[in-house]
Structures are given as structure tokens and as C-alpha cells.
Design a protein around this ligand. Structure first.
Ligand code: FES
Ligand code: FE2
Length: 339
């Protein structure tokens, strides 16, 4: 299965890459991530060109990583900088991937390195906004990334799949609108009235039992989704001014055709600096993503048995509009790269 390669993909939260090299597969490519002496992150192909040992199992020597088998060392640009058995020649090299840190995330470019322009890295403005405290996390999904996008662009599942995030006794209506805006596909959920949920009650002490909610998910290719949630006593159309705000980032990188790296971050503007709330928030989000979404996506993938979604002629509901728009854009981008 082809992937969109000419794009920046999340490779890992910056804080998660320490002194030890880490092996990770992106778009089917095996990569080793490590930090150079000045702290800059480096991404190289993980396979030594000599006898294909995993470089990630080797040791760092200054800015270079040494193969654990016969000791060739490769620098951040992928060139061999030390050959214990003779001269280091230009033919001794591994692929080096552009890697840039921004918004607490390492972004890797999986396409032609000559096209890697950091200006194209997704802007996560809420991550730079001092009003929010963040909890970052990671989830390994046994599912194709497009199934994860389908899941996130249709949050009507929350009511059925996530009891912690929704109140199943809530009968107030939700208005769902799906539209395209520039490079983004948007799903917007408007609830002038809804029951206060456990999550909201935990963050907002004075929340009345019935509140209002505005929620929005913005997808941009290939697989970055930025969600904003605003809770208040009465409906605000300007989400920036709602009383309780919970922005979320869902940043996906296909590992293989069947598996996905899912990096998530949850922000909050209330009870900042409260470690207990941060733990509860993590527990709630992980419970939903890991305990409820991931098993559902993995199960659906198994049930699809390798068939294409549209070949299976799914029943299409109005709430599917965003997911269908996003899939169409992905397939257009794939065609453009192939053509
Ligand atoms: S396999 Fe890496 S140096 Fe031989
Ligand atoms: Fe979900």
C-alpha cells in the first residue's frame, strides 16, 4: 500500500527521546532515532548496509552511531565516519531523514529530502499558548491510519463508546456540520445544552448540571487532527472565549499498512499545575483511546480482511461526510505523488 511520503510526520514526543537510540518504523521504513552531542535529534535508516544489523542496538560515539556487529559508524548525515577495517568511503552510507523539533514533537520527512521545508510542519498553536497545560501520550494502534482518521472525524461515536467522555442519559440534540476549509476538513459539533460529564466536572468545579458544548475536529493531510472543545454555561461561537477549554492533538504516522503510531496531547485551561488533575486527565483519555477506540479499530480492521472500505460499499450516513472528504483528499494526494 502506498503512503503519502512528501510530508512531515510526527516521529515522537521530544521528551521521549533521551540518551539511548530508539528503533521505530514509519511508513514501512525502519528508522533509528538518537540525539547528537548538541542535543539535536537524528533519524537514520536503521539497517546497516554491511550485513543489515540494527543500528539502534549499537552505541553512540559523539555524533555518530556505531553498528553493533562490525563497528562501522555513521554520522547524522548518514555518511560513514569511521571504518575499523579500512578507509571510510562515500559508498558506505545509510539514508538520513530530515528531522525537526517543534511544539514538543519531532517531525520526520519521509519523502525526498530536497523537498523538506520546515515551513510545512503543522502549526500546533495551542501548544505554544501559555493558557494551557498539556499531558502528552502515545498509543500503538493495530489498525490502518485511515481507520483512525475515520474514528476521529466522526465523534458521534463518543456517546456510545466512551461513557467517561459522554453521559449516556443525555438526550439533548447535537448539531453536526462537516465542511472543507482550505487544506482542512472539519467536523463541528454544537450542543447549546448538554449534561455535564465527569471530565468537565473534574476540571470545572462550579459547572452547572446542564452546560453548552462546542467541539471541532480539524484534519489536515496526511493524518494530523487538531480538536478544540469549549464548555460554558451558554453557547459561545467563539471557542477561544469559552470558560473551560480542552484542546486535543491527534497526530498519526502509519507504521505499516496495518498499524499506526498515535501521538496524542490533551490541554486544559483550568486547574493548571494540578498534578492530580493531570493524572486523572491522562487516565480518562487513555482509558478512552486505549481501552475503547483502539480495540474497536483493531476489530474492524480484522473484520475487513484486507478489503478496501469503499469496495465493501459501506452504508454512508451524513455524519460520514468529513471522513469521506478526508479519504478522497488522501487518495488524490497519493495519485499526485504516483503521477
Ligand atoms: S553489519 Fe554493520 S558493520 Fe557489519
Ligand atoms: Fe473515540
Amino acid at each position: 500500500m502506498p503512503f503519502i511520503r512528501e510530508s512531515w510526520y510526527p516521529a515522537g514526543w521530544s521528551a521521549a527521546l533521551g540518551a539511548e537510540p530508539v528503533a521505530r518504523t514509519f511508513l514501512g521504513d525502519e528508522v533509528v532515532l538518537y540525539r547528537a552531542e548538541n542535543g539535536d535529534p537524528v533519524a537514520l535508516a536503521n539497517t546497516c548496509p554491511h550485513r543489515f544489523a540494527a543500528l539502534a542496538k549499537g552505541k553512540l560515539h559523539g555524533d555518530a552511531i556505531a553498528c553493533p556487529y562490525h563497528g562501522l559508524r555513521f554520522g547524522p548525515d548518514g555518511r560513514c565516519v569511521h571504518n575499523p577495517h579500512g578507509p571510510a568511503t562515500g559508498a558506505m552510507r545509510v539514508r538520513s531523514y530530515p528531522l525537526v523539533e517543534r511544539h514538543g514533537m519531532m517531525w520526520i520527512w519521509m519523502g525526498d529530502a530536497a523537498h523538506a521545508d520546515p515551513a510545512g510542519i503543522p502549526v500546533l498553536s495551542a501548544r505554544e499558548d501559555a493558557r494551557f497545560d498539556w499531558v502528552d501520550g502515545y498509543l500503538y494502534v493495530e489498525g490502518n491510519y485511515q481507520l483512525v482518521i475515520d474514528n476521529l472525524l466522526d465523534l458521534t461515536h463518543v456517546e456510545f463508546l466512551h461513557p467517561f467522555l459522554a453521559d449516556p442519559t443525555d438526550t439533548f440534540p447535537t448539531e453536526v456540520t462537516c465542511f472543507e476549509q482550505g487544506d482542512e476538513v472539519v467536523s463541528r459539533y454544537t450542543r447549546p445544552q448538554c449534561n455535564r460529564t465527569q471530565l468537565v466536572a473534574g476540571l470545572w468545579d462550579e459547572a452547572p448540571e446542564v452546560i453548552s458544548l462546542m467541539s471541532e475536529m480539524r484534519w489536515s493531510a496526511p493524518a494530523n487532527l487538531i480538536q478544540r472543545n469549549g464548555f460554558d454555561v451558554a453557547l459561545h461561537t467563539d471557542m477561544d472565549n469559552t470558560h473551560a477549554q480542552v484542546p486535543l492533538c491527534h497526530l498519526l504516522t502509519p507504521e505499516t499498512e496495518l498499524t499506526t503510531h498515535y501521538f496524542w496531547a490533551g490541554g486544559r485551561n483550568l486547574k493548571r499545575g494540578d498534578e492530580q488533575i493531570a493524572q486523572g486527565f491522562r487516565f480518562g483519555v487513555e482509558g478512552a483511546f486505549k481501552g475503547e477506540d483502539e480495540p474497536m479499530i483493531a476489530d474492524i480492521q480484522q473484520r475487513m480482511r484486507g478489503r478496501d472500505l469503499f469496495e465493501m460499499k459501506p452504508l454512508l450516513l451524513p455524519i460520514d461526510k468529513s471522513a469521506v472528504l478526508a479519504r478522497r483528499r488522501v487518495s488524490d494526494l497519493l495519485k499526485r505523488e504516483a503521477g
